[in-house]
Design a protein around this ligand. Structure first.
Ligand SMILES: Nc1nc2c(ncn2[C@@H]2O[C@H](COP(=O)(O)OP(=O)(O)O)[C@@H](O)[C@H]2O)c(=O)[nH]1
Ligand SMILES: [Mg+2]
Length: 307
């Protein structure tokens, strides 16, 4: 079980598949789905009793949370915040909808006629094992713009074709706190010199920025990277002895410890771990033995041994 030798529980591979699904789930719905499968697939005998009971308690909690979300958790116009939320804010025609389709699985209407986006469009960005929710809002100065969502966003992406455009909606931005990243789109329309000038200008302002073209895809990977960095998380991979690490990471906040990983697998799990081997950026050498308080780094690999 994910780098965990569970003594005599001897779960079958269906269980491990369900567990992988659960651990990599980043939405509440997927977590519930994964847990249900884990409970269904786990072999029931004396030594698994406690574990199955724990899984059931957790499932109950998640279902209660889901219930709550569906009744009160909805923001205006039905946007439910899921995980890390990124909001695209910009003038009409700046390319927000095309950006959304570049970054995510969504396919919003892209149009050269102004104000075609009346309702927010939502998509999920996947980047190296983690997900972020991206919201494409109606244009900032249009009648459909609703700024309430900006207050709860984790990152605001300010989308503009030209620097001057931003001054048109600076007033709106003034009122919201939180992280922001300036995104200059349509760089494909600029010649080499104009692009270098723009870059120099942005650097002198010391603002955090990325240059992209939603049309050609230039800069999109860098943008995804920057969104990932803003999430302030690390990915930790579990490993079983003699096997390669899991492909889906456990996701933690920066500063997370071995204890946090263990407890994210299930509450109380850290208590039965007798040894942890670490290979990765936070270690001095491969298979280093570390304690529960060891602070992890992105891309660390852990191997747990339990009693
Ligand atoms: N040349 C170029 N055109 C773009 C780019 N991004 C968007 N567009 C075009 O700009 C227009 C507006 O795009 P859209 O995504 O609907 O803008 P929105 O109003 O901000 O949602 C469309 O005709 C797009 O094809 C880009 O990077 N380069
Ligand atoms: Mg649009």
């Amino acid at each position: 079980m994910l780098g965990v030798e569970m003594g005599s529980t001897n779960q079958g591979h269906e269980y491990f598949t369900a567990e992988k699904k659960y651990l990599s789930a980043q939405t509440l719905e997927d977590k519930i789905e994964g847990l249900k499968e884990m409970i269904q697939m786990s072999k029931k005998h004396k030594s698994t009793e406690k574990m199955v009971a724990e899984l059931k308690t957790r499932l109950k909690k998640f279902m209660e949370k889901a219930e709550k979300n569906s009744s009160v958790g909805k923001g205006k116009k039905g946007i439910r915040k899921e995980g890390f939320q990124v909001i695209l804010v910009g003038l009409t025609n700046s390319g927000k909808s095309l950006l959304l389709s570049r970054l995510t699985n969504a396919s919003p209407v892209v149009s050269s006629s102004p104000f075609t986006t009346h309702e927010p469009n939502i998509g999920t960005m996947y980047y190296e094992g983690v997900y972020a929710q991206i919201v494409d809002l109606p244009a900032v100065l249009g009648k459909d713009f609703d700024m309430s969502i900006l207050h709860t966003a984790d990152l605001i992406l300010i989308v503009a074709e030209k620097l001057e455009d931003i001054s048109l909606f600076e007033k709106v931005l003034e009122r919201c706190r939180g992280k922001r990243l300036l995104l200059i789109n349509k760089t494909d329309l600029l010649g080499y010199d104009a692009l270098r000038r723009l870059e120099a200008q942005l650097k002198s302002k010391r603002s955090d920025f990325v240059l992209v073209s939603a049309l050609t895809g230039e800069g999109i990977n860098l943008l995804k990277r920057r969104i990932f960095e803003a999430m302030n998380i690390i990915r930790v991979y579990m490993k079983e002895p003699g096997k390669s690490p899991s492909s889906q990471p456990v996701v933690l906040s920066v500063g997370g410890t071995v204890f946090d990983v263990a407890e994210s697998i299930y509450k109380g799990f850290s208590k039965i771990i007798v040894e942890t081997k670490l290979t990765g950026p936070s270690g001095k050498f491969a298979n280093q033995r570390v304690g529960m308080n060891h602070i992890l780094k992105d891309r660390d690999v852990l191997e747990f041994k339990t009693r």
